[in-house]
Design a protein around this ligand. Structure first.
Ligand code: MN
Length: 197
């Protein structure tokens, strides 16, 4: 993917000036939750309006612009779910262990006709560019829809910017929770101990 043009790159001082002049500008959030359910996958969620738009990413996000990661659209989740880490009991939707693998805020940088396209319109159009400000994931990512209707799938691709790194592979080298430092096994085990005590 192409790097955004200079006028669109994030500028810390510019952001600061804008937020001072227009009150507290709260950025929308993103979260990536590792989910050990019937299969291990990563749930990629971005705050849009009052919900978390959600996709399941079987292999998890990559920092390599050469890798396209399949994203399967899933149900919207409540905003509060972004902080959830723990065990969902058997018989409930999403049963399994959830670890907050990365979180932070994001910035919509999707352009149309030289302007930033609102995120809901970009999602409807099936092409979204966002910059992530996470602990593990940073910089631009492209979300591209392929197919349509019930067969719609999306691809998640790192944009080729200063945070692109073909060798980093954080899914395998940085497995722990950014909230608690725990592994998925430790989260599952703690829940067992809580239930026993
Ligand atoms: Mn899931």
């Amino acid at each position: 993917m192409k790097v955004p043009t200079a006028k669109n790159t994030f500028d810390h001082s510019g952001e600061l000036r804008r937020s001072r002049s227009s009150g507290p500008a709260k950025r929308p959030r993103f979260v990536v939750q590792k989910h050990d359910a019937s299969t291990v996958h990563y749930d990629f969620r971005i705050e849009v309006g009052n919900v978390l738009k959600s996709w399941a990413v079987p292999k998890g996000p990559s920092t390599d612009p050469g890798k396209k990661r399949l994203m399967i659209p899933t149900e919207d989740h409540a905003l509060e779910y972004a902080d959830f880490e723990g065990v969902i009991p058997e018989g409930k939707y999403g049963a399994g262990t959830v670890l907050v693998w990365d979180c932070g805020c994001y910035r919509n940088i999707t352009e149309k006709d030289g302007e930033i396209q609102p995120i809901d319109e970009a999602l409807a159009a099936g092409h979204v560019l966002i910059q992530l400000f996470g602990k593990k994931l940073k910089g631009g990512y492209a979300l591209q829809r392929t197919g349509s209707g019930a067969d719609a799938r999306w691809l998640l691709v790192k944009m080729d910017d200063q945070y692109a790194d073909a060798r980093r592979n954080p899914v395998s080298t940085e497995p722990k929770s950014v909230l608690t430092g725990r592994t998925i096994r430790q989260i599952a085990t703690n829940a067992d101990e809580d239930a026993a005590s």
